[in-house]
Write a new protein. Structure first.
Length: 133
C-alpha cells in the first residue's frame, strides 16, 4: 500500500485506481460521515458542529482531497488514451477550484465572526514588515 501511495504521489500509478481511491473515495467517505453527523459536507458546512469537531474534520477532509487530487494530476496520463489525461486534469481543475472556494468561504465566515482579530493581526503584520524595511 505504501509503495502504491508513493507511486501515486510520484505520478507512476495507473490513472483510474488513483482517481477512484484518492479522489472519489475521500469525497464519498466525507459525505457518509457528514450525513451521519447531520450535515451535507464536513468542510463546507462544518461550522454547524462544535468547532472542536468540525475544524479537525474539515482540515482532514481538505488534506485528503488535496493529496488525492495532486496524485491524480500527476498520474492522469498513465492511461490507454491520451485525451483521458486531459479530461482528468480538467476534473482536477474543477475540484481544486471547488475546494479553494470552500476554503475562501470558511475564511470569509471566520472574518465575519471575528473581524477585530483579523484586523489586529493584519496591522501587526504590516507594522512588522515596515519595521524590517
Amino acid at each position: 500500500m505504501m509503495n502504491w501511495l508513493r507511486n501515486a504521489w510520484q505520478g507512476q500509478a495507473k490513472a483510474l485506481p488513483t482517481f477512484l481511491l484518492l479522489a472519489v473515495l475521500p469525497w464519498i467517505v466525507a459525505m457518509v460521515i457528514g450525513s451521519k453527523l447531520g450535515f451535507a459536507n464536513l468542510f463546507a458546512f462544518g461550522y454547524e458542529l462544535n468547532p472542536a469537531i468540525s475544524i479537525p474534520l474539515g482540515v482532514l477532509e481538505f488534506s485528503f482531497m488535496f493529496f488525492g487530487l495532486i496524485c491524480y494530476w500527476r498520474s492522469a496520463f498513465n492511461c490507454s488514451r491520451r485525451w483521458y489525461g486531459y479530461v482528468g486534469r480538467a476534473v482536477v481543475g474543477i475540484r481544486l477550484f471547488e475546494l479553494l472556494s470552500r476554503l475562501l468561504l470558511v475564511v470569509v465566515l471566520l472574518y465575519a465572526l471575528f473581524p477585530s482579530f483579523y484586523l489586529a493581526e493584519a496591522s501587526q503584520l504590516v507594522d512588522t514588515i515596515l519595521n524590517q524595511i
